[in-house]
Design a protein around this ligand. Structure first.
Ligand SMILES: NC(=O)C1=CN([C@@H]2O[C@H](COP(=O)(O)OP(=O)(O)OC[C@H]3O[C@@H](n4cnc5c(N)ncnc54)[C@H](O)[C@@H]3O)[C@@H](O)[C@H]2O)C=CC1
Ligand SMILES: CC(C)CCC[C@@H](C)[C@H]1CC[C@H]2[C@@H]3[C@H](O)CC4=CC(=O)CC[C@]4(C)[C@H]3CC[C@]12C
Length: 410
């Protein structure tokens, strides 16, 4: 392995590499991808943690090599991007394999910036996206980032000759649907009436379709593009902002959270480290297993237990001092529907003045109140995926993160 790793150095690009999932993908690649030669981290907002790569506090001996321009993409006929910040960092993972990490501040909606970042990459992991089910962004913006951004990534691969593309899709491309039909222990082939009205699932479904349809297109040089899409369910783990929001809400209520959704409504959740690992494995295996994996979708899964959204969150918030009140919902469901509708109305009325975007709205209530669990082994069969982190491990890591992020260690 060491010899072949020396022989072939690959260039990876991770879009959205500074997001919740993206950061884990970046770290996972650095830790576990032996063929990694260069890692390009593309994001609209570069995270301060990238600085750690220079100081060596992340993964052993990492050091700063200096500022520089992005490698000239003109060989591929691509104009140099107008990016605001770039840096080159040289990383030694094990003392023998230097990996260059290039942070690129850019916008996926800008085709020329994407093309310049993609030029010369062997593999693209496209996680960048606007995750908004609360009405913070306009439907147009969500569409531009999630759909046009994905189109730009695909076209960049085709123009520049990049052959392997892994797309972070979402369970939301399947459901829950607006009719509230349960998806119980479903797999990639389970029939389900997918009806999308909300801008976020609409955009993810369209983007996923674009990615899968692009499989087999000839890229520059004449070889076929190989694509696949991974569909995480609700991701949790270190960096999960909604978990932090729930913690803060609990604190405001004196350490209590009040059950809103029946405990019988089950959600499938997946640990961010396992989602990242699945991305790394899928990207690694796409070349060898192109015929099998090309154009395929895979749910992301691991050993996390099926629970209601609130009970699952309590696995982490409980050890941080919060309590969930009520074996059954304290408010009747019709009242929640009313409050959710009221929130939507207030959001609309207040929009000219202020952004009002609470967690509860008709869409989030419908999602939270509908069972959606997956049970599949497709990723295991197709590319040998096994979760890297056990449930116990995932739980402990998440608890430690919530405690550190909120200063709630007991
Ligand atoms: N969080 C979740 O539970 C789930 C997330 N996903 C998908 O996973 C992906 C990552 O999501 P998260 O990490 O949770 O979200 P996030 O918001 O933490 O990360 C998204 C990243 O994309 C970047 N980004 C957004 N717009 C951009 C643009 N125009 N150009 C360049 N970069 C841009 C953001 O700066 C951010 O760093 C998304 O595609 C999302 O749809 C799928 C299923 C579940
Ligand atoms: C008391 C309220 C009714 C509780 C509201 C909880 C909601 C904020 C969350 C319940 C389910 C979540 C979504 C689900 O995990 C699936 C998702 C997949 C994605 O691709 C993006 C995130 C999300 C839509 C996630 C968002 C928060 C919930 C709606």
């Amino acid at each position: 392995m060491a010899d072949s790793a020396q022989a072939q150095k690959l260039v990876y690009l991770v879009t959205g590499g500074c997001g919740f999932l993206g950061e884990h993908v970046v770290r996972m690649l650095l830790q576990r991808e032996p063929r990694l030669g260069e890692l390009r981290v593309f994001d609209q907002h570069l995270g301060p943690w990238l600085e750690e790569l220079k100081t060596g506090s992340c993964w052993g001996s990492l050091w700063w090599r200096g500022c520089g321009r992005f490698p000239n993409p003109s060989q591929a006929g691509i104009p140099t991007p107008a990016v605001e910040q770039m840096m080159l960092v040289s990383v030694h993972m094990d003392g023998s394999r230097p990996v260059r990490v290039t942070a690129i501040q850019g916008d996926v909606t800008q085709a020329h910036e994407v093309a310049a970042a993609v030029a010369g990459a062997h593999v693209v992991i496209h996680t960048a996206g606007l995750v908004d089910v609360f009405g913070r962004a306009s439907p147009k913006t969500i569409h531009e980032v999630n759909v046009q951004g994905t189109r730009n990534v695909i076209e960049a691969c085709v123009q520049t000759g990049t052959r392997f593309l892994v797309y972070t899709s979402s369970m939301e491309v399947v459901g829950p649907n607006t009719k509230g039909h349960p998806f119980y222990r479903g797999n990639e082939d389970t029939p389900y009436e997918a009806v999308h009205r909300h801008p976020y699932p609409c955009s993810k479904a369209l983007a996923e379709w674009l990615v899968l349809e692009a499989n087999g297109r000839k890229v520059r040089g004449g070889l076929p593009l190989v694509t696949c899409a991974l569909r995480p369910t609700g991701i949790y783990g270190e960096g999960h902002q909604i978990m932090r929001d729930f913690y803060r809400q609990g604190l405001r209520l004196g350490g209590w959270l009040f059950r809103a959704i029946p405990a019988s409504v089950e959600h499938g959740r997946v640990y961010v480290g396992n989602v990242a690992w699945m991305h790394v494995l899928a990207a690694r295996e796409l070349e060898q297993r192109a015929t099998l994996m090309g154009g395929q979708v895979y749910f992301c899964y691991d050993g996390s237990p099926y629970r209601s959204y609130e009970d699952f969150n309590m696995e982490f918030l409980g050890p941080c001092g919060l309590r969930l009140v009520g074996a059954r919902p304290l408010l009747p469901y019709w009242l929640l529907v009313f409050l959710a509708a009221l929130n939507a109305l207030l959001q609309w009325l207040l929009r000219p003045l202020v952004l009002y975007a609470p967690l509860l709205n008709p869409y989030t209530l419908a999602v939270a109140n509908t069972t959606f669990t997956v049970s599949t082994d497709k990723a295991q069969r197709h590319f040998g995926y096994e979760p890297l982190f056990s449930w116990e491990d995932s739980r402990t890591r998440t608890i430690l993160w919530v405690q550190a992020a909120t200063g709630s260690a007991q």
